[in-house]
Structures are given as C-alpha cells and as structure tokens.
Design a protein around this ligand. Structure first.
Ligand code: NAP
Length: 489
C-alpha cells in the first residue's frame, strides 16, 4: 500500500502528439489530471497525417468513423476524408482543447528508465523529466522502409520516400516512377496520372482492389450535421456501416466464412469487369487471397492504369542508374522523379528510444523475438507504461481511433489502481503475456493475414502480429482488465 501519492498530482508523460497522444491528453485533462506533458519529436502535431503529404493522400476509413467519438465533425467534405482534412481536424481538436501548451515540440524522448517507481526520462534537448505514468502513443507506421537498390545514389533526378514527399519537385508533365503497390502507391499513382507525362508503376506484387464510391457530402448534408447533433451522431454511429465493419472483421478472422467469400467475389469481379486488356488483367491478378495484405480501396485505380500515360511494370527493379531505372529484363526507362512507396518498418513502435524497465530489462531484450504486449497495452516488467496502438492490436480496414479509445478505457482503469494509491505499480504478468501470445499466435496463423502472402502485418517469423479475433471481441476485452493477469505491487 502506498499512501504518499494519495493527495498529490501524478505526472503523466505522453510520447507523441498524433491521433492517440492527443486522445490521451484530452482524456487525462478531462479527468482532472493536469500534470501532463506530451513530447513530440516533430514541430507539429498529427503523426502519420503530418508526415504523409503525398498527392492523393486519403483515409480509407469513412470520415465520420475516423473521428473521435467525443468530437464529431460536421464539416467532412467526403465519405473518405482527404489527408489534409484529417490533419486539419486533429489541429482543430488540439486548438479547441488548448493542448499546445502541454506539448514540447521538436523534443524526442531518447531514454526512459523505471527506477524507484517512476519513469526517468531524457530527451533529445538534454532535458530530463520524471513521470509516474508513461503513455506511448508513438504510432506504428512512422519509420520509412527504404529499399537498398543498387545505384540509388547515382540517380540525377529526385528520389524520395512517399512519407518524405519533396514538394519542391514539379510533377506536371514529368516522367515519374512509383515503386510499391500498397495503399500508398495506389493512391499516388491514381493522383499523379492526372499530371504526369509518363507514369510507371513498378509492381512487385499485385493487389486486390475493393471498389468504393467516395462521394462528397452536399452542402445540405453538412448543414444538417451542423445544426442537428442527433443527425451528426447517427452518421458517426451508422448501424449499416457498423455491421459492414463487423462483417469485415469476422471475414479476416475466419477466412472460410461467407463474409470472406463475399469480399473475394467483389474484388475478383472488380478486376474482371474493370480491366479490358487480358494481358494487363493477368498482370494485375494477385495469387493470394483478398485481404491477406491490407485491402486497398480505390474508386479509379483500374481506370487509371489503362490510361495511355500509365504503365504497370512487373519486370522488377534491378538497378537505378543516373537517368532512370533498369528493370530485371534489362530495359532502361528514364525518369525525372522516383517515388519509393515501399512502406514502413512496422515493428519499431517506440524504438529507437531506449526503454529500461524493472530488473534492468530493456525493451530490445523484452522484444527480442517480436514486439508483443499483453492485450496490446502492457509489457511485463515495464510498470505504469501503457501503449496505445501498440503491438498485437486490431488492424484492418477500420478506425484506429476507435481502437485507441477502447484501449484508453482499459488503461485508465489500470492507472486508477495506482492513482488511488492502492498500488505503486502495475504491469502485465509474464505468464499472462505468454498465455495471451500462445492463443494469439494460434488464432493469428488461421486468420486471413496468415493465409500466404507477404505484408507488414507479419512479424519477423512470418506470423501475423495482429489481434486475431474480431473487433467486437477486442471491444469486449477492453471493457474491464482482468486483474489476475497483472502484477500489482
Ligand atoms: P505497404 O503496404 O507496406 O506496401 C509497400 C509496397 O512496396 C508493396 O507493394 C511492396 O511490395 C513494395 N516494395 C517494398 N520494397 C520493395 C522493393 N525493394 N522493390 C519493389 N517493391 C517494393 O506500404 P504502404 O503502401 O505505405 O501502406 C502501409 C500502410 O499504411 C497501409 O497498409 C495502411 O495501413 C496505411 N495506409 C493507409 C491509407 C489509408 O487510406 N487509410 C493510405 C496509405 C497507407 P510487396 O507487396 O511485394 O512486398
């Protein structure tokens, strides 16, 4: 029992001012906890929405779902929000809750060590801090994966990763290569086809494409949402959309379900009906199951790749030379710009930060096999440190905001055990994590993500690193922590 802290304010440190960090800061202050500091390595809030500024950037989760439950937004312009609008939404929320005053910008946490029941923190500016709780809201996809392609350094034009877009590079009438066919590559190609003189999409692996209609909200609809909070809430909690998302969630966990076969039929028909040239159709046909990689939603990708200025190349990139790319078949194509839409190192989470828990165990040691966390939020021997959108959480084509809110509901109950001075520290037990991981891995291998394709969902051993059960089951699990899974001292 610890009574020292009963009447004092605990100090909370949040790592990262992206979607999840903003959520944590708002929730803490709402609960009357004002001793909060957010460390942000960049000069602005927004996380992934700050870092990705590529042409065509859009969110494939419906706008009103990609919204904090407590901050509905009547002004979304489209069913799927354009990236800059998402960034503007987060900026408006930060302004409304006056969070800027508690964010230290351009200050990266470099070291975090648990000693005497507190986290001792060092930052890139040489400052130190001491926190009772650390909330790691560092995001998943923030370390660009830059491939090593022979000759890259010789290229005389502009070459950059999709998340480091070089806005000084003119695009109009340029010869552009895009390497990578993930959600990012597909969005970029779709956007650049409008302005490029020649656009080559280097495809190592084809993707299934889910058709979607991304309609604008009319002025009348926006006025309704503005003036009628019930209408706004009901689009945010649209039961039809909710049912669709749940069906998708069942589909990815049960690859033989009717829901998954329905998805497969839709994407297959989309390919058959949209691509007229049989040779191109076969080039675009994946040889793995739909949704094994993150499913791509696009209104017009298949139309765009049939434009005369666009070519999908499956020969493979061999080398980059000073004027362009030499394919594996020996052909040299000249370009002004090469875009690396090659994804992210999805296993980094809080790293490269050094984090040391109890008994001098480092995060690198704890995660030697794979990044893992009990219920996706807590790591044994790292007490009073919780993650939002950490490893093993639900991923798929649904809103990570909703997931982070559910995680917050769960984490705040764990923190209250310490806040109320019942205990000094709380972290998942090793046994609980091992049992969780065992069950998780068995289920994950059976999920669609484990059905035989390469993707960023897989860990270094090729096992899906995801929450393998349904989204509804996650929500249920986040209702109340099972305290027998935790070490409380
Ligand atoms: P990604 O899904 O990991 O795709 C990377 C692409 O680059 C793949 O096509 C990969 O080919 C290719 N690639 C990697 N290294 C290569 C190399 N050396 N040579 C040739 N090709 C190479 O990355 P992403 O497209 O950036 O998307 C990552 C995630 O970000 C998405 O899954 C999604 O969760 C999120 N995202 C979301 C939205 C949205 O609308 N909400 C938009 C963009 C991104 P292989 O398939 O052969 O490995």
């Amino acid at each position: 029992m610890n009574n020292n802290k009963l009447n004092t304010q605990h100090h909370y440190v949040i790592i990262g001012a992206g979607m999840a960090g903003i959520l944590a800061a708002i929730k803490l202050r709402e609960a009357g906890k004002h001793n909060v500091r957010v460390y942000e390595k960049a000069d602005r809030i927004g996380g992934t929405w700050r870092e990705n500024t590529y042409p065509g950037l859009s969110c494939d989760v419906p706008s009103h779902s990609y919204t904090y439950s407590f901050e509905p937004n009547s002004e979304w312009t489209r069913h799927l929000p354009p990236g800059p609008e998402v960034q503007a939404y987060f900026e408006s929320v930060v302004a409304k809750y006056q969070l800027e005053e508690i964010i230290s910008f351009n200050e990266e946490i470099t070291d975090c060590r648990f000693k005497n029941n507190q986290w001792h923190i060092s930052t890139s500016k040489g400052n130190s801090d001491c926190a009772d709780f650390v909330i790691a809201a560092t995001g998943v996809l923030h370390h660009p994966r830059i491939p090593h392609i022979d000759g890259m350094e010789k290229f005389k034009g502009k070459i950059f990763h999709s998340a480091r877009w070089d806005h000084s590079a003119p695009l109009e009438n340029k010869r552009i290569a895009v390497i990578g066919t993930g959600s990012t590559g597909v969005q970029i190609v779709t956007a650049l086809a409008e302005c490029a003189a020649q656009l080559c999409h280097y495809q190592r692996t084809p993707q299934w494409i889910m058709p979607v209609v991304n309609a604008e909200f009319s002025e009348a609809e926006k006025a309704l949402f503005r003036n009628d909070p019930v209408a706004l809430k009901s689009i945010q909690n649209d039961p039809e959309l909710e049912a669709n998302i749940e069906r998708f969630s069942v589909a990815i966990t049960e690859p033989d379900s009717a829901a998954m076969h329905e998805i497969e039929n839709i994407v297959r028909e989309n390919l058959e009906n949209s691509i007229s040239d049989p040779e191109l159709r076969e080039r675009l046909r994946p040889n793995y199951r739909a949704a094994c990689k993150r499913l791509i939603y696009s209104e017009s990708f298949y139309q765009v790749v049939q434009q005369s200025n666009v070519e999908v190349l499956s020969e493979g990139v061999d080398t980059i030379e000073e004027n362009g790319i030499r394919s594996a078949d020996g052909t040299l194509r000249e370009f002004d710009i090469i875009v690396l839409a090659t994804g992210f190192q999805a296993d980094r989470f809080m790293r490269p930060m050094r984090i040391t828990g109890e008994n001098d165990i480092t995060l690198e040691q704890a995660w030697a096999d794979r990044p893992t966390a009990y219920m996706s939020v807590s790591i044994p021997e790292f007490p009073n440190l919780f993650m939002l959108n950490g490893p093993n959480g639900p991923v798929g084509n649904f809103s990570l905001i909703e997931i982070a809110e559910q995680q917050w509901h769960y984490i705040s109950q764990l923190m209250s055990l310490v806040e109320s001075a019942q205990y000094q520290k709380v972290s998942a037990s090793q046994t609980a994590l091992e049992d969780f991981d065992k069950a998780r891995i068995i289920a994950a291998k059976k999920s669609i993500f484990g059905s035989g394709c390469q993707s960023w969902y897989l860990d270094a051993q090729g096992i899906p690193a995801t929450w393998p059960w349904t989204r509804a089951k996650f929500k249920e699990a986040m209702q109340k922590p099972d305290l027998s899974a935790y070490c409380l001292a």
